[in-house]
Write a protein that binds this ligand. Structure first.
Ligand SMILES: Cc1cc2nc3c(=O)[nH]c(=O)nc-3n(C[C@H](O)[C@H](O)[C@H](O)COP(=O)(O)OP(=O)(O)OC[C@H]3O[C@@H](n4cnc5c(N)ncnc54)[C@H](O)[C@@H]3O)c2cc1C
Length: 213
């Protein structure tokens, strides 16, 4: 097991039902898109979380949703400012290569992209999938981009594509072959989109994935 470092919760903010932003003081460097292991109880094995904040921020922020039948996230949702957290060292290779890219995410899989965006990286396109309007975390900021698409599977709402993100992609005419595709979120979405892009002629090594399992 990796060495755990103790940090203190600075804030916990509810941003949607059962979805939280948790922050603590940054005492390490990282690259946008990287992950850390985190737990609020040393007896519970740390789970991995993408860092959601910019590497330049004073504090580190994590975006997580509660799995009601999960081990860590129900107690994690109950922490308060001043409580202890234990974190592992930073890891992960889901980082921008500096080339033009599309960012494709479902659920909390938007977290590494928000970190990239806040660090000054501008994507060609962002495609975000969720169920309801409130599931599009950081939509206000991503809406500043030229090409930002929200695919909502439950709510029918103005400015939202009605249906799954995969359905939206399948309706597109073509996919640039000279850019990179970053995919993050649930394994089903990541695998489906990766296979689809490969079938559309996107080179395998232009697809970068982070699966939340
Ligand atoms: C690289 C990476 C980055 C991640 N980043 C984030 C992030 O930024 N935000 C985020 O919210 N999540 C992220 N995750 C997911 C996160 O690590 C946890 O898996 C998640 O928070 C659930 O933790 P938990 O302890 O509450 O649930 P767990 O106890 O780990 O259970 C998770 C789910 O699996 C089911 N399960 C557990 N054990 C079994 C079993 N033996 N058989 C079948 N099903 C089982 C549970 O019912 C539950 O629904 C990431 C995962 C990875 C791999």
């Amino acid at each position: 097991m990796s060495i755990l470092n103790k940090v203190t919760v600075l804030s916990k903010k509810t941003i949607a039902e059962n979805v939280y932003l948790l922050s603590f003081k940054r005492n390490f460097d990282f690259e946008a898109g990287q992950i850390i292991g985190l737990t609020n109880d040393p007896d519970i094995e740390p789970r991995l979380y993408s860092i959601c904040s910019s590497p330049k921020d004073e504090n580190v922020t994590i975006l997580f949703n509660v799995k009601t039948d999960g081990t860590l996230t129900p107690p994690l949702a109950k922490v308060n400012p001043g409580d202890d957290l234990w974190i592992t060292e930073v890891q992960g290779k889901f980082i921008s290569n500096g080339k033009p890219a599309w960012w494709i995410a479902t659920g909390t899989g938007i977290a590494p992209f928000y970190s990239m965006y806040k660090s000054g990286i501008v994507p060609r396109k962002v495609v975000q999938g969720g169920r309801r309007v409130e599931d599009f975390y950081f939509a206000d900021e991503f809406s500043q981009l030229n090409d930002y698409v929200r695919c909502a599977t439950v709510d029918i709402a103005e400015g939202h594509y009605p249906g799954r993100l995969t359905k939206y992609l399948k309706e597109l005419e073509s996919f640039p072959k000279d850019i990179y595709y970053y995919l993050c979120g649930a394994s089903e979405m990541v695998v489906d989109v990766r296979n689809f892009l490969i079938n559309k002629g996107v080179p395998f090594d232009h697809i970068v994935t982070e699966i939340y399992f």
